[in-house]
Design a protein around this ligand. Structure first.
Ligand SMILES: [Fe+2]
Length: 234
């Protein structure tokens, strides 16, 4: 089996595990207050996108990967449209969360911990390309595609928020998700496929890539575990 196929299979297993996490697979069991708390905390993880991507951008040597990361950062702040940061607030306000609450909520200790762990995982080291590319893609494109797919279904079920009403969750689900059938363009996750198949070219690199993916997955688990019964709400 080609290295990239093996990596892909490994990643798909992690995706399935993430989707079956009791919180993500049971969003409909949360109260409105709990669900909104989750969305407000998840926003802090999204806000971390730019500093992490900028850190990855300067660390990378691979010019193709740099082009994609640079493009993703600029996409976050389009020239003639609201930024993704404004879009997420718009969606949260549309489901009835007051702007004041969105902007005065603080990250929980656990949310802050997951942000710190992401930065720690991405600490610069020699041969940074594998780590930088895999972590940036998995944490900020592959996982959001899966998380938002589940979240948009819940937004529709709970608040009647339709695809055309959403400027953040729906578009991100569509353009981030790995191998998304809902779009005819390469998703943000899939833009990295060719680069990954070039840089994962030995058994050792494959092993390293799998370990990095596992650590990135642990960060996502750490974030969602906080919402389990008895988890920290402060
Ligand atoms: Fe994206």
């Amino acid at each position: 089996m080609k290295f990239i196929e093996e990596l892909n299979n490994h990643e798909n297993q992690l995706i399935e595990k993430l989707r079956s996490h009791p919180i993500l697979s049971g969003l409909d069991r949360l109260t409105n207050q709990e669900f909104e708390h989750l969305l407000l905390q998840r926003r802090f993880f999204s806000l971390n996108f730019t500093p992490v991507m900028e850190h990855v951008l300067v660390g990378l040597e691979n010019q193709e990967a740099k082009k994609i990361i640079g493009w993703l950062i600029r996409e976050e702040y389009p020239h003639y449209a609201p930024s993704h940061r404004e879009d997420i607030v718009s969606d949260l306000m549309k489901i009835g969360i007051p702007k004041n609450k969105i902007l005065t909520t603080k990250p929980t200790n656990r949310t802050q911990e997951t942000i710190n762990k992401t930065l720690k995982l991405l600490e610069y080291e020699e041969n940074f390309d594998i780590k930088g590319t895999i972590v940036a893609r998995f944490i900020f494109e592959v996982c959001p595609g899966e998380e938002y797919e589940l979240i948009v279904k819940e937004l529709e079920r709970r608040y009647g928020m339709k695809r055309e009403d959403s400027v953040f969750y729906w578009p991100h689900f569509k353009h981030d998700k790995k191998q998304n059938q809902a779009t005819d363009q390469l998703s943000h996750s899939d833009k990295f496929s060719e680069i990954l198949s070039k840089i994962i070219d030995s058994e050792n690199k494959l092993l390293r890539a799998k370990q990095i993916l596992d650590s990135a997955y642990e960060i996502k688990l750490c974030f969602y575990n906080q919402f389990l019964e008895g988890g920290s709400y402060v």
